[in-house]
Design a protein around this ligand. Sequence first.
Ligand SMILES: [Zn+2]
Ligand SMILES: [Zn+2]
Length: 424
Amino acid sequence: MTANSKVLTVTFMALVAVMLYLWGHSDGREGTASGLISESFAAESPPELSPVKARERDFYAPNSEDLAPDEMRLIACGTGMPTARPKQAASCWLLELGNGDKFLFDLGTGSAERIAAMQIPYNFLDKVFLSHLHTDHFGDLDALFVGGALAGRQKPLRVWGPSGDTPERGTKYALDHLYQALTWDLDGRRGIIDPRGFQPFEVTEFDYKGVNEAIYQENGVTIRSIPAIHSLDGPVSFIVEWNDLKFVFGGDTYPNKWYAKYAMDADLAIHECFIAVPELIVKFKFTPQSALAVGTQIHTAPEAFGKMMSIIKPRMAVAYHFFKDFDTTASINDRIRSTYDGPLSLSEDYMVWNITKDDIRVRMAIIDEDVWPPPATEKPLMPDPNLRIPYSAMIAGGKYDMKDVIQPTYDEINKEYGLNQTQE
Ligand SMILES: [Zn+2]
Ligand SMILES: [Zn+2]
């Protein structure tokens, strides 16, 4: 805005303010001023004209809203692809229920950061359901496992995932070996911090060929799995039933008959919707051959996503697994709309759905990038310092003497917290 146009704008706003003052109440309830005008200028009006009561927000602020007892809240913590980008983490969906339960569906690369933005105590983030073992669906499991245990998850991380056609292709194999890969990380933390969250994953591996079989039943929540068709045998989708609400999380798949049957009439149904083939070639740099194979056969093309949603008719259809940009959204939408005209969310990270029997409200979360861990729900357990694995004599002998500059921190903390800690 130029200086001149700014002066003009300010003059005009002052004029409007004076007119409102002369004509009636600024909030439009009485007098001749319309509510529309007074609201549009409220932000820059003189103080006596500004509304003073809080108005309902158009966005979701994490850690600021209680769920109603019969309400579900779904938050997209990753909607993208295996190839990382700042704007979209890979597949991850946080489902919160009015009974206090919380579930994570997939934990794709980059998603732990989005989960952290929700500021939920980590003791509540202990249940993870994996649709399959591609890294864009479980690549941040290590981040939640270690980072969560450091910041207040004082119990093992529970993980549900499918078997494979061989034991090596199953969830248990993957997680046992992931735990082993973390040997150095975990050994180095022994004797220093609360050990409870660092226990091995509690894995429930279920049959990937199970059709609508219950794999979880606790606290009034039933979660079922159905097979999916994607890359190899093994992938699945999940159906959550609670309080007469039905939520479906579709993992990667070619459109399949199990989803068509068992996702029918869901209150909210997520299904993958892959990047359209022309964009896969031009923007993702796939060859035309690979783009056709990946974009229409390994995954679900946007037109096929629409056809599936026209079959199951959810109260809200949610599409993910595409790069959602200013120049791709319209084409994805047009392709879906060629086969589906029902309620639709083209998801992106931090999209939020509040679901009740009467209403589905869709908003974006506005997050604080400066988050620290939320308060732990239990007191930390002091570890046994004897479990600490010592440095070798050679490495310990390389310590430069810093005792004089570190001692004041010990003095400060001992005084503040009534302790008697000494340097090693
Ligand atoms: Zn996949
Ligand atoms: Zn994927």
